[in-house]
Design a protein. Structure first.
Length: 281
């Protein structure tokens, strides 16, 4: 059984993503922060880590790009998971018995339309799965939690209302992180498999340099699926650019990187991996 570091706790959406990637149950190492996930991977305490990078509604998690840049990890895969929120209670409790609902702030916001229709007290917590676990421990007959279906299974809770989230097209993209020595790792050279890559680049501080850099993809049948800028901490108002790109063969990626570097662009590859289709639970 693989040992996996996740941000969050057993029953969380990170846990679900880990099982979806592995195709089987995994041993979870819960971490309070995303940086702790990266540290667990760097120290080789786990086989890999799972880290959310963006949500289809809320957007990118910018601090996590800094983790990719600075830590000894590389991207080995991705999971795009549909986020489905459920209202759960202790066994035998009915919808009419509920007086308060606890969950993570984001989950409560995602279910606002449903919750607004009921006179319940809302309680924010640090994690959806922790709310489910706390509900089970309390044995409360008047409280409920909002979390994913896996949390209900793990903590023996009844789901009294399924799919209570407002937006049905809510997906989170998770990255699979494995250890690498950043000083001796060139995935674009080592990889012969994969149809997607994530990289960052720094451009010269000259007019038109970003336009010229992106233009090197012309004619190579490269599909740029994401372009994200994020700040360089020690250089105020200067930015690094993150790019996700899809291709048919890794040789196309190698040519893109070669062309970028010939323009004086600093390029680093986070990983070459297989793109993932959206997973509906």
């Amino acid at each position: 059984m693989k040992r996996v570091a996740i941000q969050g706790y057993a029953g969380s959406f990170h846990h679900i993503a880990a099982e979806q990637y592995e195709g089987a149950a995994v041993e979870i190492l819960p971490c309070d922060t995303f940086r702790a996930v990266a540290r667990a991977v760097e120290c080789r305490n786990v086989d890999y880590g799972v880290m959310a990078i963006e949500n289809s509604i809320a957007g990118s998690i910018l601090p996590n790009y800094n983790i990719l840049q600075r830590c000894n990890v590389h991207i080995a895969g991705e999971i795009c998971l549909q986020i489905r929120q459920n209202l759960m209670v202790n066994r035998g409790v009915c919808l009419e018995d509920i007086r308060e609902v606890e969950s993570h702030q984001m989950a409560l916001l995602q279910c606002a339309d449903y919750l607004d229709a009921h006179p319940w007290r809302l309680v924010e917590s640090v994690d959806t799965a922790l709310s489910a676990a706390a509900l089970q421990r309390s044995g409360s007959r008047t409280s409920a939690a909002i979390a994913g279906e896996l949390a209900a299974k793990l903590f023996d809770l009844d789901i009294v209302a399924r799919d209570i989230h407002t937006n049905r097209n809510n997906y989170t993209r998770f990255l699979i992180l494995e250890y690498c020595d950043r000083n001796n790792f060139e995935p674009e050279a080592a990889s012969t498999m994969g149809d997607k890559a994530s990289l960052y680049f720094k451009i010269p501080d000259t007019a038109g340099s970003l336009y010229d850099t992106l233009g090197v993809m012309t004619g190579l049948n490269i599909n740029m699926t994401k372009l994200q800028s994020y700040p360089i901490p020690d250089q105020p108002f200067h930015y690094i650019f993150h790019v996700d790109m899809e291709f048919d063969e890794v040789s196309q990626l190698r040519l893109v990187v070669e062309r970028m570097r010939s323009h004086g662009v600093e390029v680093h590859i986070y990983g070459v991996y297989n793109k993932n289709v959206d997973i509906e639970l």
